[in-house]
Design a protein. Sequence first.
Length: 295
Amino acid sequence: MLAAGLAGAPRAADRPVVVSSKVDSEGALLGNLIATMLEAHGIPVTRRIQLGPTEIVRKAILAGQIDIYPEYTGNGALFFKQERDPVWRDPDAGYARVKALDQARNELIWLTPAPADNTWEIAVRRDLAAARSLRTLADFAHYVTAGGEVRLAASSEFVNSANALPAFEAAYGFTLRRRQMLVLAGGDTAATLRAAADGTDDVNAAMAYGTDGALAALGLVSLADNKHVQIVYRPAPVVRGAVLRRYPAIPDLLDPVFYDLSLDTLRRLNARIAVDGFDAKTVAAEFLRVHGFVK
């Protein structure tokens, strides 16, 4: 556990660090991990957790309206219009690329990423998977093209981003029409997974993330991406360079926390929110306390 008296500890008159996150529940978890860790070690914080989808939060940090938030390495492909570059499918090379580009162009500093990969996935109801032998996205594509009944719950980002659903469709040779989709506001998979589990508006498939903890509990099956279409999305804190100069202890505080976020750990923490009903701030504080990062 790190002590509060680290070099670079803030003066009382220093401005608070504005900690934000995306709108989904994992964003709230990661944002609260950051905020709680900073607060516990004497850095003043203002929370703007669950500010909005990727576009909103990215614009906010570029404009200096927020100071730090958790982002995913793979989104560098979108930010820098490099979706076709295979570097983003390599976890270490993708991180190195986005770290270098964002620092040089925007003075945004990427800290240590988690080892977990929160890549986009498609999940289907377990009863549908069993009835139609759906185990992979190739199976799903065959089912769709053969006229199988599908209604997918997803965010507008998943539906429209070139490296999300369109990438799956192009690689596996299927097309979902608008009437086959229920597009929900925001990017919270808790809503898409629940829609599929409950059969809301005939939904039987859902946008999911690799770290979702509620899949099994909700009776959903994640479809394997055997062609490795998706790029790697490792979560990492992104902080403005000016803020890091004010509070140089931030990497020493946050790097060990994110290093501990394995795939299994993130799924378990996400399940505490999505399945057990605990709020993200409570789950974040509990994790930090149990692992000795805070008292």
